[in-house]
Design a protein around this ligand. Structure first.
Ligand code: 13P
Length: 249
């Protein structure tokens, strides 16, 4: 597996000015960025500013939190993958649980979004994860694998081989409850196996990130767990000092 990935999902935080201030502070802390992949997912209106603030650090990537599945059209409030690319995004989150739970995104929509992201030449980072009631009734793997299989259903094997997956159990997001590393490994291993069933050896290059209440304390053990290739962090990525410490993991 490639170098570990540290991805910051800022959700609806940080407009252009705050983005500039955050990244100035973060870069001043001098975190290691050459032997690991660091990705920022700012709000869409801040993507271009983030790219500019990071212009001397092309190794640090900027991504978009969500895109529509069409390239353009009468879809008020939406942005397309093509537009995100034009703003400097290289990666796109697809199917984050907040999009699924609060904005009605379905598995089929994630398939169309992944296809649009791939078409635009961006890397889709497909988010999967079970709710607490699904975990409690033992449905974690069926739910995650259904989300995975449908989400990638419109991608070619080559596109799947160059995508990323983020396992984010819904019950761990923003709750302070983190999955135990061994529990994350069980799911990550099942995701890897499912990807191998789909595309064979190419599956081994797909990074599988863990997300859900990751912080400075929990990051090392999660990152050390089997098949955990990176971290997708919400709350703890909103403080440049804390985020720099996590990137140092
Ligand atoms: P928290 O780290 O705030 O739990 O958020 C996780 C997440 O949703 C990242 O995409």
């Amino acid at each position: 597996m490639k170098t570990p990935i540290f991805a910051a999902n800022w959700k609806m935080h940080f407009g252009p000015q705050e983005t500039r201030a955050f990244l100035t502070r973060f870069l001043a802390l001098g975190p290691p960025t050459h032997d690991r992949t660091v990705i920022f997912f700012p709000p869409a209106v801040s993507i271009a500013v983030a790219g500019f603030a990071l212009r001397e650090h092309p190794e640090i990537l900027v991504g978009v939190q969500s895109v529509h599945w069409e390239d353009k059209g009468a879809f008020t409030g939406e942005v397309s993958a093509v537009m995100a690319r034009d703003s400097g995004a290289k990666v796109a989150l697809v199917g984050h649980s907040e999009r699924r739970q609060l904005f009605g995104v379905t598995d089929e929509m994630t398939a169309r979004q992944c296809a649009a992201v791939g078409r635009a030449g961006l890397v889709p980072m497909l988010c999967v994860g079970e709710r607490l009631d699904e975990r409690d009734r033992g449905a974690t793997l069926p739910v995650v694998l259904r989300q995975l299989k449908t989400g990638v259903s419109r991608l070619s094997p080559a596109q799947i081989a160059s995508m990323a997956v983020a396992y984010e159990p819904v019950w761990a997001i923003g709750t302070g409850r983190t999955a135990r590393p061994e529990d994350a490994s069980v799911v990550h291993t099942a995701v890897r196996r499912a990807l191998r069933d789909m595309i064979g050896g190419g599956a081994d290059s797909v990074p599988i990130l863990y997300g859900g209440s990751v912080n400075v304390e929990t990051a090392p053990s999660l990152l050390a767990a089997a098949e955990v290739n990176g971290l997708l962090v919400g709350g703890a990525s909103l403080d440049p000092d804390a985020w720099a410490r996590i990137v140092c993991t």
